[in-house]
Design a protein around this ligand. Structure first.
Ligand SMILES: *Cc1c(COP(=O)(O)O)cnc(C)c1O
Length: 361
């Protein structure tokens, strides 16, 4: 394992090492099947056990009952931007959207493309999305309020979710799902592309409440209906078996090895405190997100010049610290420190940053 780097990629991102070791150990012969999990039928008992276990673990972690359906879909979080309004926002109704960055903007655009009535109730665009708006309130008669819980590119995250007075929240949690406990009962729909905090790319987790599922109209394509996938337990067609298997292993690691969401949150806060504490004390590096809105998953920061940022990313890469370049749309630097990135990796990053400052400050 000594040739593995410290991986700060934003997505696809680091997976827990014990999960990778488990995949490797069982790759050629999965549970006595004589096949890998990629080669068994999705209608077999082997895969049935995997998907059942993954569904049960999602429900346990979210503390939700049978009024919520857990789906494993394809098309990434980006397909959900369209599926949500298609399925649950009827003509003549409207939905509230909060715009906190690139992914929220894309979600809004997709809903508008479908001719849906979208009301942007709050936005942080005025300051390049460096904060989460305060005092977000729903409009009368809205069907749902859409938020992006963690803004992967801009490095911001809701500390507290908006008070909606019973209006269901619909949330893109692609980059912070299962990083902390939260009250899932306020959410009508939660979705997350797996490749940040949950597993490999190729599968998207959707958790949808029964009352919203019932809104699925009849006249949309079969594959784009939530009801299709809910009725067939995500196996209407061939699901992404390997990705779902890895998600199940990550959830098992989170519950049995880490010990659950409270401990996961404690570890994530510890990592965030270390890195932000260092950034705030430094006159060389500068964190870009406002206090109170800072993401514990994606830490975005700048150096005094773009030339130094380039040098920083290059030298960090040579020192075995990968993935620190900011998103191409914003520049700067970003350390993605998801669940699978441990305190040792963040400590090593901070040590490297101190040395870089000493040599270039
Ligand atoms: C990465 C990301 C997306 C896009 O996910 P895809 O699975 O690539 O479509 C959407 N929302 C958020 C918050 C993301 O981080």
């Amino acid at each position: 394992m000594d040739n593995r780097i410290r991986n700060f990629n934003a997505g696809p991102a680091a997976l827990p090492l014990p999960v990778l070791a488990e995949i490797q150990a069982h790759l050629l012969n999965f549970k006595g099947s004589g096949m890998s999990i990629m080669e068994v039928s999705h209608r077999s008992k082997w895969f049935d056990e995997v998907i059942e276990d993954a569904v049960a673990r999602v429900k346990t972690l979210l503390k939700v009952g049978d009024d919520y359906h857990v789906l494993f879909l394809q098309g990434g979080a980006s397909t959900q931007f369209a599926m949500i309004p298609m399925n649950i926002l009827a003509a003549g109704d409207h939905a509230d959207y909060v715009n906190t960055g690139t992914w929220s903007t894309n979600a809004i655009k997709e809903a508008q493309l479908l001719g849906k009535d979208v009301r942007v109730v709050a936005s942080s665009e005025d300051r390049n999305f460096c904060y989460i708006p305060a005092g977000i309130a729903p409009t009368p008669g809205a069907t749902y309020m859409h938020i992006t819980s963690n803004n992967t590119i801009k490095g911001t995250q809701y500390e507290k979710f908006p008070e909606t007075g019973g209006l269901p929240l619909v949330a893109d949690m692609s980059s912070d799902i299962f990083s902390r406990p939260f009250d899932a009962s306020k959410f009508g729909l939660i979705y997350a592309g797996a490749q940040k905090n949950l597993g490999p790319s190729g599968v998207t987790l959707v958790v949808i409440r029964e009352d919203l599922l019932k809104r699925t109209p009849k006249d949309i394509p079969t594959m784009l209906k939530y009801s299709t996938h809910a009725e067939k337990n995500s196996m209407y067609n061939t699901p992404p078996c390997f990705s779902i298997y890895v998600v199940d292993l990550v959830l098992t690691w989170l519950m049995d090895s880490v010990g659950g969401l409270d401990e996961m949150e404690r570890r994530n806060k510890e990592k965030g405190d270390l890195l932000y504490g260092f950034l705030d004390a430094s006159g060389f590096y500068r964190a870009t997100a406002d206090l109170g809105s800072r993401s514990l998953m994606n830490v975005t920061f700048r150096l005094p010049s773009e030339d130094l940022e380039k040098k920083f990313v290059d030298e960090a890469g040579k020192a075995g610290l990968g993935g620190l370049k900011g998103h191409r749309s914003v520049g700067g630097c970003r350390a993605s420190i998801y669940n699978a990135t441990d305190l040792a990796a963040v400590t090593e990053l901070v040590d490297f940053m101190k040395d870089f400052e000493k040599n270039n400050g």
